[in-house]
Every structure is written in structure tokens, then in C-alpha cells.
Design a protein around this ligand. Sequence first.
Ligand code: TXA
Ligand code: MG
Length: 328
Amino acid sequence: MTTDVATAADALRAGKLVAFATETVYGLGANALDASAVARIFAAKERPLFDPLIVHLAAREAIGEVCNAVPPLAERLIEAFWPGPLTLVLPRRDVVPDLVTAGLPDVAVRVPDHALARALIARAGVPVAAPSANLFGRVSPTTAAHVMEQLDGRIEVVLDGGPCRVGVESTIVAFDAGERPRVLRYGGIAVEALEAVCGTLALPQAAARHPGAAPGAQPAPGMLEQHYAPRKPLTLLDTLAEADAAQRAAIARGTLGVLAFRGLPPGCVAPVIETLSAAGSLEEAATRLFAALRRLDAAAVAGIVAERVPDSGLGRAVNDRLRRAAHA
Ligand code: TXA
Ligand code: MG
């Protein structure tokens, strides 16, 4: 673990793997233009090759290094939200290896809003491909210690930039010629904020709410129904108030841990509880979500009962992660 940008940048240039802080979650980076370095990301994470990677740039001016064309609506979003937790899926240049895009004609790009991350990428002098720095399918890391828990021994360097400010991954928006832009993943920029800049967006359909959807239908490659999963089984309720008698008893005994939004409903007792935001802030809930899931996973409980948060703003990203964490 280091806080030295030069050491981390040298490692990237040498084709090694470097985990680094961003404002969303920690990323596991490699030189995006070096296919063998990128291949090591997939090996370290045990990630399937069909799941493409986001390319991180030091500044928006670098977009021409990896993208062929930037449509006017994408320009507007870049102007408004970069650096920041917004990823755009745009036509790629041939220099981008197939492994990065899983063979797709488009590449996902963003400029992180974290000074250390941008200093790292600038100093390395190459675009940096980076998924979240966790084992595939598991809870994303929001501290350097979280990265070490899952990837120690598999990667060369962790650049410690402190706890992540946003706490959930970037919002991903794709552009198809002639169609309205599509949100592929809810994340750190609220859809409402995006729509205020670029008009109505097509939204991902929550598979659980559309039982008629084709099995395996995915809003984006790699967006699997089970993801962000703790090892303990997680049950997702609309509100904790709807826990049944057996659940309430197990919660009171400490057999089940609780992930609450603002706190417990009246009459409910819970020795093992994580509260996302007593004040009811969806931003705070997003920031705290993954660390809270990790603590509950490590606690002496058999399972976790969580409740949904209000489905607006960053609440949509929180609910998306909870739904996938609950999918057995
Ligand atoms: O905030 C974030 O986005 C973090 C930090 C590290 O930047 N990164 C992140 O990466 O969440 P990852 O690998 O966990 O999720 C990337 C997802 C893929 O699973 C896929 O759904 C989508 O981005 N994606 C990447 N490239 C794509 C492409 N060419 N077309 C469509 N979707 C793509
Ligand atoms: Mg991930």
C-alpha cells in the first residue's frame, strides 16, 4: 500500500496492476492500451471476459485517444459532469484492445473526480482500464483496506486515497445513433441531474419487476442479476416494518443483522444493525452502503435483512445494488 503517485505510475507503465482510489469506489487499473496488462485484471478479479472495462482518463481533452466521435448530447454531459461519476459509452478507436470492450464497437470512458486518481493517470501517461477492485460479483471496495481483504497477493500496488466520497459506482450512459441516450447502470450521478442537462433518458428495466422479460436479459454486459453480493444471504424488504414475526425474532436475537435506511421501526429490537443515514440523506446512504454490507457480512449473524431506500436520486443506485445483492 502506498500514497506515492510516482511508484504507482511506474508500475502501470511497466504493465502491472495498480488499485487506486476514485470518488466512487476503488478501481483495479492497468494500462488500457496494453492487452496483456488488461488480461491480468480479469485473472486477478476472476472476472469473465464478456464483461467490458471502463477506461479512465486524466482529463476530458484525452477523450480523442480512445473515442472516435462524441455526439453533441454527450458533449453536454461531459461539460456538466466531468470530472465525476459519469461513464459514457462511445464509439471506440482501434487502439483500444478488444479485451477492454469485450469485442464491442464502443468503449466506456470517464474522468474520475479524485485528484490522486487523475495525478496517477496523468503521470502514467496512458489511459487506465479499471473495474472495481473486488473479486467478481462481490461487494465493491470503498477503502484501501477493503481492496487488500480480497486482492492482497494478486496485485502489485494499492494507491491509498482515503475513503471514497460517493461510495457507489459511476452512472453509465450509452449513445446509439438516432436514439435517445440510455442509462445502462444507475450510479453516482442522479438520473434527474442528467435529464436536466440532456433531456429524457431511456432507463434500465429492473428485471425483478418485469417477470415476462427474457431470462438473462441484461441492461449492459456484465450487469448480472447477482452482483455486489455479501457471502451471507440477504433478504430485501420494502421497509423493515414489513418484517414478519419470525424475522423480527431472529433480528432481536441477533441471528439476523439489519441494514436500515434511517433506523428501526417502533417496537423492533436489533443488536446487530447498520443505519445508512439517520438523517435520511440518500447521498450519505450511498457513501456508507458497501462498507455497511461488509461489516454485516463479517458480523456473527446467519443472514442480513435490508430495506429499500426511496427510489429517487442516488436512492436508485442504492436500490439497484441491494436488489442484486439479494438475488440468490
Ligand atoms: O465508478 C466506476 O464506474 C468504477 C470506478 C473504478 O471507476 N468502475 C466500475 O467498473 O464500476 P466495473 O467494471 O465494476 O463496471 C463496469 C461496467 C461493466 O460491467 C459494464 O456493465 C459496463 O461498465 N461497460 C463497460 N464497458 C462497456 C461497453 N463498452 N459497453 C457497455 N457497457 C460497458
Ligand atoms: Mg464492479
